[in-house]
Design a protein around this ligand. Structure first.
Ligand SMILES: Cc1cc2nc3c(=O)[nH]c(=O)nc-3n(C[C@H](O)[C@H](O)[C@H](O)COP(=O)(O)O)c2cc1C
Ligand code: SF4
Length: 513
């Protein structure tokens, strides 16, 4: 029997040499006359161990990592194909502490399956959600999602079931499902991992959304910086059409759902749902005023569900295992699990899927192992470039939408970017304003002009020019941007700026070198 060796093939693992490692394993096996099947999977999200390779043994999968091409020979010498001892040995993959302590629901197949094998997908619980959805009425599907307590994972945390109900209640003939795969937040990669590592889950989730609201056409709006995800999604979509997970006759039910990928131009504002819809319609990505909500007048003026990749993926598990099982996890009004993404100056960066309620400190130290530099962690930005900077005194806050709102912060898409004590927070505040100036769609004055003036004011503070007066001016500008901007880009830029001024005042009194 051929021995199975799993080597990840996602963007991260590849950038760290996984392709070379896979080729070297094939080469060495051929030289030694050993029969080996190399299966290309996806990362398990343990980035500091990539490329992490796994061998199928009687006991289960045994992991080695991070493996360099030059170390493959020594792995063979140590009989790694039977799980032999080697300095890179990590034991059973599932028992690596940072993985064992997670509760993976959206990412249960990540790194386990071959992403473009529908057979593998089915063998690991895939398609059960769609089968269940086909037995239910549209209203029953929506009720199941409502019962789960799922809130949108794209940033705003709006209840998915309520959004779907709004679209279901519209009696238009034409409706759409749009997947927001623009993933523009700093330090985030969970959407990409779904698309590269478990694409059928997104396809299935979108088809379920279509059945739920009566939509027969879906679009995945994918950022063009994700070329591998595009390739994998298109392969998986072709297979899904062949196997009736998509098309005119879903699993022989006579129900229809069609899906295609559309590439995004790569502007942060195109992740905002109305701007995204403009872009999908072939226009410049300008924010639309709400109301009307996209759920009522969305793509081409028709009722449209716009959901993040993770929200749509979560629905697969919710339909397969029931809304109540999902609702049983989490805290308060934040139910289920959330894939947190650890990035920046962190020792063990990567994906951590756990129920809401875990504290930031647990994520930073128990899962993340502290800073990569070994220096004290000074600041953490949670929720992307518009999220507040948090200091040590806030690290015990539970990861919960409301608990974060109470400290003037947001969870956003679950991105956590870590900075050690060498960071200068005045520079970070300037960066936040500059980011807004750079990415503003230009539709409203507080954001378009305010962010540019904001950079100038922070520059004066940094240079020590009438510091107190300019800090007051900056505070006023932040208030104006928050209350008068049309969308959250201008409206939330004050979050990182204010938090930097308030939490780290010492960085605003000394000149930046
Ligand atoms: C400036 C800006 C950028 C955004 N970028 C994204 C994004 O990249 N991906 C995403 O899913 N949502 C993004 N959102 C949130 C979307 O507007 C929208 O709330 C989300 O796609 C709805 O899906 P959900 O309910 O499943 O979260 C962004 C919002 C704003 C204001
Ligand atoms: S806040 Fe900025 S990005 Fe949003 S609509 Fe106004 S100008 Fe455009």
């Amino acid at each position: 029997m051929k021995i199975k060796v799993y080597v990840p093939s996602d963007t991260t693992a590849r950038s760290l040499g996984a392709d070379k490692v896979a080729a070297e394993i094939q080469l060495q096996a051929a030289r030694k006359g050993v029969e080996v099947t190399v299966i290309r999977t996806c990362t398990r999200g343990l980035y500091w161990l990539e490329p992490l390779i796994e061998v199928d043994t009687d006991k289960g999968r045994i992991a080695y990592g991070p493996v360099e091409q030059s170390q493959v020979q020594s792995l063979f010498d140590a009989d790694f194909l039977s799980g032999g001892d080697h300095p890179l040995g990590l034991g059973m993959t599932e028992q690596i502490p940072q993985l064992a302590n997670q509760q993976r629901r959206m990412f249960s197949r990540l790194g386990v399956t071959d992403p473009i094998s529908l057979e593998d997908y089915r063998a690991h619980g895939g398609v059960a959600g769609m089968q269940k959805a086909l037995e239910l009425t549209s209203q029953q599907i929506v009720d199941e999602v409502k019962a789960s307590g799922l809130r949108g994972r794209g940033g705003a945390g709006f209840p998915t079931g309520i959004k779907w109900q709004t679209v279901l209640d519209c009696d238009d003939d034409e409706k759409y499902i749009v997947c927001n795969a623009d993933e523009g937040d700093s330090g985030t990669f969970a959407d990409r991992l779904v698309m590269e590592g478990d694409p059928f889950a997104l396809i299935e989730g979108m088809a379920i959304a279509g059945l739920a609201v009566g939509a027969e056409q879906g679009y995945i709006y994918l950022r063009c910086e994700y070329p591998l995800a595009e390739k994998i999604l298109n392969k998986a979509i072709a297979i899904a059409y062949r196997e009736k997970l998509l098309g005119d006759d879903l699993l022989g039910s006579g129900k229809r759902f069609h899906l295609e990928v559309r590439l995004a131009a790569g502007a942060y504002i195109c992740g905002e749902e109305t701007s995204l819809l403009e872009s999908l319609e072939g226009k410049r990505g300008l924010v639309r005023a709400k109301p009307p909500l996209p759920a009522i007048e969305g793509l081409f003026g028709q009722p449209t569900v716009v959901n993040n990749v993770l929200s749509l993926t979560a629905v697969v598990d919710i339909l397969a295992n029931g809304g109540e099982a999902y609702q049983a996890l989490g805290m308060e009004r934040s139910r289920g699990t959330m894939p947190f993404q650890l990035a920046g100056n962190i020792k063990c960066g990567g994906l951590v899927e756990v129920p809401f309620g875990v504290t930031l400190r647990e994520l930073l130290y128990d899962y993340g192992g502290g800073s990569a530099s070994g220096r004290p962690i000074k600041a953490v930005q949670v929720g992307g470039p518009l999220g507040a900077y948090l200091g040590d005194s806030q690290f015990d806050t539970p990861m919960d939408y409301e608990a974060f709102a109470a400290i003037g912060a947001v969870l956003g898409h679950g991105g956590i970017v870590v900075f050690d004590d060498t960071v200068n927070m005045a520079e970070q505040a300037r960066f936040a304003m500059e980011f807004c100036a750079e990415e503003s769609c230009g539709k409203c004055t507080p954001c378009r002009i305010g962010s540019t003036r904001g950079v100038e004011v922070i520059d004066k503070v940094i240079a020590g020019t009438e510091r107190e007066k300019n800090l007051t001016l900056l505070a006023d500008l932040c208030d104006t941007m928050e209350v008068a901007s049309l969308c959250a880009l201008g409206g939330m830029t004050p979050f990182p700026v204010r938090s930097a001024v308030q939490k780290f005042p010492e960085d605003f009194v000394a000149e930046v070198k």
